[in-house]
Structures are given as structure tokens and as C-alpha cells.
Design a protein. Structure first.
Length: 176
């Protein structure tokens, strides 16, 4: 994901290229620090920016991760770090519309994927479809179109046995 964003930025493309979606602000904030460290320590990734857009103003200031909403609206980050409730609002509010201008989202990383079963999985699945439609990525028969969904989970079945594979495919099919 980072390499894709780096190559697109080097080609002069602006706008959001990836969305990292977390179920809660604490996880988003934790990962923002990790992304900040990667961007700050790696010269090849140094031109990338990330934005932490959560319901409350982030208490931490970062070198490479923006936290001011107005900054992100004026100059959208390459990587948007948020939670699913905030993403829903970002797709609705007129003040946030500039965030999606010139975006070419190719990756959506959904962390803690095991939490998105049942009704919450349906909600997130529909949210991802709205995101794809909003940024012009959706295609007939492919609701996410050119967006590559990535699911991460420390507790979801690894797919090493037949039952684990079936469970993993069932949840991924439902959400993506």
C-alpha cells in the first residue's frame, strides 16, 4: 500500500490513495503513530502524507500525520486513517467533499476484520460500496471496482484448514 502511494505521488498524483479503516479511535491513533514513524524514517516514503480523521481531535501531534481537518480538506493526504463511523460522516458532509476531490483510492485496509460480522459487517460493506461510488471506483458487477480491499485480523481463521477457509471467505464475501 505504501509503495503504491509512493509511486503515485512520484507520478504527481494528489488526493487520497488509500483508506485505513479501524473500528475505534484508539486503534486508529495507535496505527497513526506507526504510519508516522514509517514515513519519517524512510527517505523513499518521505514525501507521503497521512491524515488521522477521527471523531475527536487527536491529542497527539505527528510529524507526518496530519490531524487538523482543515489541512486535510485543503490538501488531502495520500493515506486517510479513520474509523467507519467517521468515514460515513466524511461521505455525507459538504465541508468534507474536498477531501475526495482528485482521490484515486486503490486500497481500503479494514483492520480488526473479525469484528465486522453480522449487522456491523453489512453496515461496513454498504459503507465501502458508498465510498467506491462516491469516488467513481465502482463498476458494474464489482461494487468496489478498482479498490483492493485488505482485511487484517489477529483472530480470524487463518484459512489453513477447510473450515477456516470457508469462514474467512464467507465473512470477506459478505463485507467486500
Amino acid at each position: 500500500v505504501l509503495d503504491h502511494c509512493r509511486r503515485e505521488r512520484a507520478a504527481g498524483k494528489t488526493g487520497v490513495k488509500a483508506v485505513f479503516l479501524y473500528p475505534m479511535n484508539a486503534l486508529a491513533t495507535d496505527q497513526a503513530q506507526r504510519i508516522n514513524d514509517l514515513l519519517a524514517e524512510n527517505a523513499e516514503l518521505g514525501k507521503l502524507s497521512a491524515g488521522l480523521y477521527i471523531g475527536e481531535r487527536a491529542a497527539t501531534q505527528y510529524e507526518k500525520v496530519r490531524t487538523r481537518r482543515s489541512d486535510m480538506q485543503l490538501s488531502p493526504p495520500d493515506i486517510l486513517i479513520t474509523n467507519y463511523k467517521m468515514l460515513d460522516l466524511l461521505l455525507q458532509r459538504a465541508d468534507d467533499a474536498p477531501l475526495w476531490r482528485e482521490s484515486d483510492i486503490r486500497y481500503v485496509v479494514v483492520d480488526e476484520f473479525h469484528t465486522y460480522d453480522g449487522a456491523q459487517g453489512t453496515d461496513v460493506g454498504m459503507l465501502l460500496r458508498r465510498l467506491a461510488a462516491s469516488v467513481g471506483a465502482a463498476e458494474e458487477g464489482r461494487p468496489l471496482g478498482k479498490i483492493c480491499p485488505v482485511a487484517t485480523s489477529a483472530t480470524l481463521a487463518s484459512g489453513r484448514d477447510e473450515d477456516g477457509t470457508a469462514q474467512l471467505l464467507e465473512v470477506a464475501t459478505h463485507v467486500f
